[in-house]
Unconditional design. Sequence first.
Length: 726
Amino acid sequence: MTDARAPTNILETEPPHAPIAPRNRYFNRELSWLAFNQRVLDEACNPAHPLLERLRFLSISGNNLDEFFMVRVAGLRGQLLQDVDNRSPDGLTVGQQLVAIDARADALMASQQAVWVTLRRELAAAGIVVLEEAELDADAVAWLEPQFRNQIFPVLTPQALDPAHPFPFIPNKGFSILFDLKRLSDGEPIRELLMIPATLPAFLRLPDDAGDHPAARYVAIETVVRRFTGILFPGYSVERTGAFRIIRDSDIELEEEAEDLVRYFRSAIKRRRKGRVIRLEMEGGMPDELEKLVKDEIGGGGTIVTDRADYLGITELSALVEEERPDLKFPAFSARFPERIREHGGDCFAAIRDKDIVVHHPYESFDVVLAFLKQAAQDPDVVAIKQTLYRAGKQSAVIRALVDAAEAGKSVTAVVELKARFDEEQNLMWAAQLERAGVQVVYGFIDWKTHAKVSMVVRREGNGYRTYCHFGTGNYHPVTARIYTDLSFFTADPRAGRDAAQLFNYITGYVEPVQLEMLTISPHGLREQLSALIDAEIDHAREGRPAQIWAKMNSLVDPAIIEKLYRASAAGVEIDLIIRGICCLRPGIEGLSDNIRVKSIVGRFLEHSRIMCFGNGAALPNPNARVYISSADWMPRNFDRRVEYMLPVENPTVHAQVLDQVMVANLNDTEQSWLLLPDGEYERMSPGARPFNLHRYFMTNPSLSGRGAALDRAGAVPKLSLRRGA
């Protein structure tokens, strides 16, 4: 008799009913990402958000689209140029994907332009005005002219375009203006190209006392340059002008034969700035002759995407959000510091030794992570600190703590990931600073990224040593920790300490872990463990017991896990997925995914935590459910090409916080949620008769495990009730 359960191998997971074509089993990854960015853009149109926050969403959508072309589209274009005949899991060729991407991206960019027109009008009505050149009055010109002469003109370097001066190299994200000029004395024509240095501000703010103007007035840098072409090109008149912007291939492909990883990345970062042009944005109304010149000189033929836009600086609009208008922004919010640590006099080790703690960022301060590391650096009984660093930010207190610990004579090991995209240069700098302080810096594996967020502190206590661990779902980055929702789990469980030690030895010395007691890691076994957990729910369903799965992550792409979820749905397992970004699984398809529901949450904070919950024979939520936190999304790269972790949550209070509070709140949210429909479209949820906003809930309600004696006095764990179908 054969085993009815589906094996892990995707090649053996064909369902018993009639086969469903790949295009009907999966959504395309790239198009799903563009759909996510559309949801971000839609928040710029959401009247529930303050006006400057809507502008922030517009700017984020612009930056997201830039990175999408720099990495994802660049990769597909590279495959096309090399005649790579790979098909995506949904059955599309590289060429078909690029055609679909171009159409969707064009529509997205057109929507961005339309949203900017609307927001600009609303901002003006609210007292924040972005002036065009024709709108600059005498007061504005009088103030701007010395600014241009003294602050901008010295930085600008116009370049003539003629046989002696070839078309210059334009860097990634380079914004340039072409001028066709005529000399006033004899009518001699000349063509000039002016690159706007990235060091110049995107906007100049006119002073409030520049005339009788109550509004905050801004002028884009390109508008200022065009207004003062008489200073830039004395003795010439402007006949024609047009602006353009380019996006280059910015991915770094690691060569297996790279002998010195640091030297390789320093060189690769320089090469990235000169990558192949992927996208060309041209100003609307650009003269045909100038357009042809740019296309001819940029090159690439049909391999570049050309877009037209009335405004090329969507990403730069973030500068306007800094305007001091609290009435046009989200209400100020101060993160809480866990009461449990305060009750122990600020002694992180005593609090963790007493009971496991989970800190919910950004509602609870990232300062607790810094306090943990600072205490470790200063404590004379701490003998060793080991830390992974994927993204740490430009002003990192984490780096400072590690430096202090090393200078205090402790054994400090830092695993610095050089392959953290767009943070490579910053991480190289941190690595050099750490090494100068005496930290043992390790760069991990050549082929895999170390994406696990783990810190361990070994402390001398009594006649032995105790290990304290921090496992995070987010980065050790103080800035993003204020806007990303993540979990920081602290424990002194000896099993977790032993597992963390093996994990670090694996990264630093390639010593493969054996007999891990709590952790599951990739690329050794994470996909298989998830498959086994899903299989267990399938068994519960077949035995007539309640069977449920809740999971929260950023992206769901892995075909093997998707097929396993389809199997579970067919067996009767109820599955609720909270996928902020990419989701390649098709929910609600008869005979395939009837029991799977997918929602995406996009709001004030960026949902970033990875949580997995399995009913374990009872309806969720329940105290015996199997609950895990992880650093990994469910994507092939996370399972096969990254070092990740998944950790069970066993402490009852932490278990209740993650399951009954965090996950239930995410499922209950109606004000910031989108439902994924079977056809791939996303539908904004109706707030309903009892609207629920999970971000507002956590800003106003303390979390469970950090409450300390206050929770003990309450006598019971307060729980949210699940509102199915709210």
